[in-house]
Design a binder for this molecule. Structure first.
Ligand code: CTP
Length: 457
């Protein structure tokens, strides 16, 4: 007699399944053949980035749909964080975890929860190869030899979609010197000729006062722009740059690397679950004694606000949204601010506290406070790697770790490249309104600082 109550044999497998190909379909069919019920976990974009997979072409919803359309998968779920596999195995009472044999040994630890089976991988095809074949490489021009240019160039090497080809600086000697060591084919000290060279996009790392000029000209020439913050030192100019980007169908992105770090993106997602209750306050500190790091006097004269406030403001804006008002408390030395604290008031009287300094050292951590608990991000919070949820009862605390590769810039560069390749004009991780909010805070300080006597703003 047939036993209708016999438990179905549940098989689970995970993957990105970008640009679904025959290798994916084969492994899914092999997985299905191992049991009666197949669950497929599709990795979310942010989780993919946190495990080092950059430049995935299709978004999560598209990849989920492609798996559903196959018709033989019984359930599709999204994998969002590092502990999920073990949780899923318990939740779905999984009998077999199947995965391609490019992963041999890597998932043995899951034998504690279920049986792990490595299946033969189909030879000669992968999403990475398909992406490289189908998508054109972006030729990048670099404007200026700013403080982070060399680190930027080191990181570009890890993003195959983008290739630095041209370099511009108004100092010919600098161009000649740099071009010998860097991966550029061409160097220019004339901006218009540089823009005419065969580049699709630019990275702007010139001095702050020249940003508007360089960005606006690049956009008018139809180049996508990744630019150091602030984009401009005037609110109308920022709005003008965003309008130019729209008009010329270009992407304009602020080079705020924290916004694209895997841990930072995971933090924002996990905050949405309401684990710490209603968020009431965000405080973030960013200080650096640049003088001890041999930065020039000219660099220091740009002030702590201009060079650093974007970062705390990013965290505060992403968590609390746009502000209703701001009060600054600065300290100055020979006219420039060596420290500043911006207290912002947001919706429902929530509060942001941003501290920046170049002439004072402090703990560079961040705290997000809610009605049920808080999140602690240890220093340097802007190079986010881990964050801890803490509660009144310390036994309930838990920590997440999402390491990043290199110096972290590759995640920003890969977002820039991937948006261009997909024809997108804005990033959800750093939207045009986030950029305006962050930029305008700096502009407001500069406007007020000029209006009031030194030391009191
Ligand atoms: N897979 C396979 N044969 C291939 C490619 C992938 O069996 N030629 C399997 C993997 O082993 C995994 C699943 O398909 O079990 C999803 O893999 P994924 O990493 O999404 O696919 P890749 O094509 O390997 O992607 P990438 O090149 O981005 O790593």
């Amino acid at each position: 007699m047939k036993d209708n109550n016999k438990k179905k044999k549940v098989v689970i497998t995970y993957g990105t399944y970008d640009m679904l190909h025959i290798g994916h379909i084969n492994v899914l069919k092999r997985s299905k053949a191992l049991g009666d019920y197949l669950i497929v976990g599709v990795t979310s974009e942010d989780f993919d980035r946190s495990r080092g997979k950059l430049g995935v072409f299709q978004n999560t919803a598209k990849r989920v749909k492609a798996i559903e359309k196959l018709g033989f998968v019984d359930k599709v779920i999204v994998e969002r964080h590092q502990d999920q596999k073990a949780e899923d195995m318990v939740e779905y009472d999984v009998d077999i975890f199947a995965i391609g044999d490019d992963w041999v040994g890597k998932f043995d630890y899951l034998n504690e929860f279920t049986h792990v089976e490595y299946l033969p991988r189909t030879k000669g095809i992968s999403s990475t190869e398909l992406r490289e074949e189908r998508l054109e490489t972006i030729n990048l021009g670099i404007i200026g030899m700013g403080r982070d240019t060399e680190r930027f160039i080191d990181e570009v090497k890890h993003v195959p979609a983008i290739q630095p080809t041209s370099l511009y600086d108004n100092d010919k000697k600098k161009v000649d010197k740099f071009i010998k060591t860097a991966p550029f084919k061409y160097g220019y000290d004339d901006f218009d000729t540089f823009l005419d060279s065969s580049i699709d996009a630019v990275f702007v790392d010139s001095s702050v006062d020249r940003h508007y000029n360089h960005i606006s000209k690049a956009l008018k020439a139809g180049k996508h722009v990744l630019a150091e913050n602030p984009l401009a030192l005037d609110k109308e100019e920022v709005a003008d740059l965003q309008a130019l980007a729209k008009k010329h169908k270009c992407l304009l992105l602020s080079a705020l690397k924290t916004a694209f770090l895997p841990a930072f993106c995971q933090l924002l997602i996990q905050l949405q679950d309401g684990v710490i209750g209603d968020i009431k306050e965000v405080r973030a500190t960013f200080t650096s004694l640049y003088k001890e790091k041999k930065y020039t006097e000219q660099f220091l004269k740009q002030g702590a606000t201009n060079t650093m406030l974007s970062y705390p403001s990013l965290l505060i804006t992403k968590v609390l949204g746009p502000r209703d008002s701001v009060t600054f408390f600065d300290q100055r030395h020979y006219g420039y601010d060596f420290s500043n604290r911006a207290i912002t008031i947001h919706k429902d009287q929530t509060i942001g506290l941003a501290t920046v300094a170049t002439g004072m050292k402090s703990e560079g951590d961040a705290v997000i406070s809610g009605t049920k608990g808080y999140v602690y991000i240890p220093a340097p919070w802007w190079l986010t790697k881990s964050f801890e949820f803490r509660f009144e009862d310390p036994n309930k605390s838990f920590t997440y770790n999402y390491e990043y590769e290199g110096n972290g810039l590759r995640y920003m560069i890969s977002e820039f490249a991937s948006l261009i390749q997909r024809g997108k004009k804005k990033s959800e991780r750093l939207t045009p309104s986030d950029m305006r909010e962050i930029n305008d805070l700096i502009v407001e300080y500069n406007e007020q600082a000029d209006r009031y006597p030194q030391g009191t703003v």
